[in-house]
Design a protein around this ligand. Structure first.
Ligand SMILES: [Zn+2]
Length: 204
């Protein structure tokens, strides 16, 4: 089982992140000496988790989990869509930095998912490539008979759950780390109103 620089396994790192999220929810941020931290980190990075999350300005992982410089290796794309460079970035965190935890963190009210639900054939330059990736989840969500906000949230959850499968299929590095138990993975949705994250799926 892999361990973080602090000797924690994936589940223990997740417990630290949840504790940070509780501080965020209550507005009790942990004070840190960023000058010292910045100096120490010139020697190299040993993040405790990799996070795939949306580019949306309201959902930065470091703030939501109350973490600091050097704690999280974060990959952000609108709607968490995956392509070779974002998968390669996650592979770097798993294969080279040896993080014991990968977090897939979507969120409530995602604009990219809303666009995929509202305009499945949207053709606006490169934005189309984002909508296209979420369209299958939107189509699946429509089968639930939901509409409006509920349909967007259903599509978001379908999309987030499909990302784990996509990563396993596309990345041998990530699939092997998961199969060997060296990496844990947790899929969560961030709730805009409460500030909390809810677990949709986890390997622990
Ligand atoms: Zn979003």
């Amino acid at each position: 089982m892999a361990h973080s620089p602090q000797g924690l396994n994936g589940k223990q790192v997740w417990q630290r992140l949840i504790a940070g999220n509780m501080r965020f929810v209550q507005g009790l941020f942990q004070g840190r000496n960023l000058l010292d931290l910045r100096r120490t980190l010139t020697q190299g990075q040993q993040p405790e988790a990799a996070v795939l999350c949306c580019s949306d300005s309201r959902v930065p992982a470091e703030i939501i989990f109350d973490q600091s410089l050097g704690d999280l290796f974060v990959v952000r794309t609108a709607g968490l869509v995956l392509e070779p460079t974002s998968i390669g970035s996650l592979e770097y965190a798993v294969g080279h930095l040896r993080v014991p935890l990968l977090v897939i963190k979507g969120h409530e009210g995602c604009g990219a998912v809303t666009a995929a639900v509202a305009h499945p054939e949207a053709a606006e330059s490169y934005i189309e490539s984002i909508v296209k990736q979420i369209a299958p989840a939107a189509a699946q969500a429509r089968l639930s008979g939901k509409s409006g906000h509920d349909l967007v949230e259903e599509a978001t959850e379908q999309h987030l759950k499909s990302l784990e499968e996509t990563l396993r299929r596309e990345s041998r590095v990530i699939a092997a780390a998961l199969d060997r138990g060296r990496l844990d993975l947790v899929v969560v949705k961030y709730l805009l109103h409460s500030g909390k994250v809810e677990i949709l799926n986890a390997t622990f």
